[in-house]
Design a protein around this ligand. Structure first.
Ligand code: SF4
Ligand code: SF4
Length: 382
């Protein structure tokens, strides 16, 4: 191996290690978890089209736009030197059996499908973005989109870097903006452009109607927009950033909700002054909130199921929910000598403190958080 090639490989491996460190996190500033998925020009452009807004702001839009400008001159420079997923998939190259499992290149189809579905407000297949895909490593092996990395690593043992050469929509985007290859690449893949237009448009209209909506709608992270399920790329930066570990991956639900993050309060609560998930989301699916904005955000409202409640149903003294409510949203209604809890809907934030603490076991928890979508802000008291 020449010295230049060796030093290039060393730099790529170093960048891969840094990207892994950012994705996994640890004692690093939380915003670094946003860095890798937010670098993608594909995500930035598709989400801006879908949301009809420059959701990222100048600071976060600058790096992906710089990569786009770089691609105009240098084509797939990012893929060849910087992309952590590309480096990861290149690791098995030496041992590859060099079989042709996937003979057709589908990058153009995926790219145009993402773009045209974004025009209709639902960036379908954007979970395939390589940088969101890479970032999922941060939470370990999971079902759904979390299986992409191990699957393509395995495939790379048969067909070297099959993802990069045959499927990656970001790599195709770089080819397309390259001043030397762009026109040629567009002409070569004109059929896939037309297919992307048709399938992308249809997908955006049909997907929201496919699948059974779940009986229990999801409580979403504070700052989640009404387009949360459609615009989230399942990068899981929020999942790994949450110190309470209450952001979990949804199973079931409609097709647009598949594998999306949702809040569950069985092992923790949404802490009063925490806004970490809103700081790391690279797609605008969760708006950035300051700590005080987060404090006054109502993500849901607790409801008491009286037939399960130790006080209401069993005449026992309990009121544990009141002890654990940080917002004074549990009020007392006296029934004889028994204090029974009542929710003040104007104060409840849906943090899950009461649901998590409720000791009722006979028929399950007596308090459940019901989501608010859109989320609301409590004015005045905070
Ligand atoms: S705001 Fe709530 S859900 Fe988001 S990271 Fe903090 S504790 Fe987790
Ligand atoms: S909501 Fe979470 S998983 Fe979805 S894009 Fe934002 S940070 Fe990633």
């Amino acid at each position: 191996m020449s010295k230049v090639k060796a030093s290039r490989t060393a730099v790529r491996l170093l960048l891969l290690a840094a990207a892994l460190f950012f994705a996994i996190g640890g004692p690093l500033p939380v915003w670094l978890k946003r860095l890798i998925p937010a670098l993608s020009p594909l995500t930035t452009v598709a989400e801006s089209i879908a949301q009809r807004a420059g959701y990222a702001g100048f600071f976060w839009a600058l790096p992906p736009l710089t990569l786009l400008v770089l691609a105009f001159w240098k084509g797939r420079f990012f893929c060849q030197h910087l992309c952590p997923l590309g480096t990861l998939y290149s690791l098995p190259q030496k041992f590859s059996l060099k079989k042709k499992l996937l003979p057709i290149r589908l990058n153009a189809l995926i790219f145009w499908l993402v773009m045209f579905s974004s025009v209709f407000g639902l960036p379908a297949l954007l979970f395939l973005d390589p940088l969101s895909t890479f970032n999922r490593i941060g939470i370990g092996l999971t079902w759904g989109p979390g299986l992409l990395v191990p699957a393509f690593l395995l495939l790379s043992f048969f067909q070297p870097q099959v993802w990069c050469t045959h499927l990656c929509p970001l790599g195709y985007g770089f080819d397309l903006v390259h001043r030397k290859t762009g026109k040629q690449v567009f002409n070569r893949d004109r059929r896939q452009f037309l297919a992307g237009l048709g399938i992308g448009g249809a997908a955006a209209l049909i997907l929201p109607k496919v699948g059974k909506k779940s009986a229990n709608p999801s409580v979403l992270p504070p700052g989640a927009t009404v387009k949360f399920a459609k615009t989230c790329t399942r990068c899981y930066a929020c999942v790994s950033a949450c110190p309470s570990k209450i952001i979990r991956i949804k199973s079931g639900g409609g097709l647009t909700e598949l594998s999306m993050p949702e809040l569950r309060f069985d092992h923790g609560i949404c802490e009063e002054f925490c806004n970490r998930c809103s700081q790391v989301c690279p797609t605008g699916a969760i708006r950035t909130l300051t700590q005080s904005q987060k404090h006054s955000t109502q993500i849901g409202i607790a409801r008491i199921e009286k037939e399960k409640c130790l006080a209401w149903a069993d005449n026992e003294y309990c009121m544990v929910c009141d002890e654990y409510c940080s917002y004074g949203a549990i009020e007392t209604e006296w029934h004889g000598e028994i204090a029974c809890p009542v929710i003040n809907q104007k104060l409840c934030r849906g943090c899950g403190g009461c649901e998590n603490a409720c000791p009722a076991v006979r028929a399950g928890k007596a308090l459940l958080i019901h989501p608010l979508n859109p989320q609301t802000t409590i004015e005045g008291k905070s």
